[in-house]
Design a protein around this ligand. Sequence first.
Ligand SMILES: NC(=O)c1ccc[n+]([C@@H]2O[C@H](COP(=O)([O-])OP(=O)(O)OC[C@H]3O[C@@H](n4cnc5c(N)ncnc54)[C@H](OP(=O)(O)O)[C@@H]3O)[C@@H](O)[C@H]2O)c1
Length: 303
Amino acid sequence: MKKIPPILFPTGDDGASAGRVLVVGASGPTGGAVVRALSGRGAIVRGIARSDVGEQQARKAGADEVVRADLRHPDDLRTAMAGVESAFYFSPRAVPDEAALGRAFIKAAEESGVSRIVVISMINSHAPIPNHQESLQVEEALARTSLSSVILQPAMFMQTLPHLDRISELGWVGRPYPIDVPLAWVDFNDVAEIAATSLLTSSMDNGTFELCSGGMLTIAEIGGLMSEALGSTIESREITLEEWAAVRGEDFSSPYRRECYAEMFDYFSKYGFKGGNSLVANMLLGRSPVTWPEYLVRTKQAR
Ligand SMILES: NC(=O)c1ccc[n+]([C@@H]2O[C@H](COP(=O)([O-])OP(=O)(O)OC[C@H]3O[C@@H](n4cnc5c(N)ncnc54)[C@H](OP(=O)(O)O)[C@@H]3O)[C@@H](O)[C@H]2O)c1
């Protein structure tokens, strides 16, 4: 991996005085990755969980403290935010109250004396897709708060395609859109590393950052890379929404959720998912962001 010098931020400080950091979704993959990225960097990490299992997962990721809180309960949020310096937030995906939950989180942070909020939105949050539009409303709410805020706009997480072991079992990789549309991607561990920096220093305050691995790759190209990594042919397929849901374990718990995914995949069918400029991620990481071949090598080594 090509090393480049890290950007020198004029207002940067180190993590030693970072205080207590709150992490939403610490029981899940995205928040868990942020907890792991924070560990050993001088802050007390407080994860949010909703169940015993969730608490175990948050602690396994490295949370020093776990608070039981539901984003829909403002009292829970105020308890979770007591004594917190910086808070990491993302909206639960494809729920109809995504924007309202974001606004409630910002309000609770303002009332609780939190200094900084770091939010994961997404690249192309302006796209006419329901959950993207909800994320855009959260971005807009951050523009109106007096708290320091950081908006991270990642491309599609590489981790949203099935693990290489599962791909090997299936013999194919697919999505509910044509295999030749180009898409922007990023490894969510790179996003987590950048999130940790933005939580522990003032260097990224009040900025919005698109986070992409370099270039755009189609499902056909990724299928080719998976074939090379596995040493066997992986077919690239356009599949139906139902086939995708079955592989993903998505139960479409509401009509809204189904509509979100259907509209998102329809958008990708027409336009792909534009992005892939890695300049910002390069600067923030001090190295090139992980590419698809590198991600597959790492996944294979970890099997
Ligand atoms: N997927 C992508 O490619 C992509 C790309 C760009 C941006 N994003 C954005 O990145 C964010 C994370 O994506 P994800 O959904 O894949 O993350 P995830 O890690 O699967 O999110 C689930 C986590 O959220 C927690 N959670 C859900 N509802 C909650 C509630 N009401 N109160 C408290 N905690 C709650 C869950 O807790 P429990 O364990 O208790 O259920 C779990 O820890 C989303 O905002 C998404 O829009 C995703």
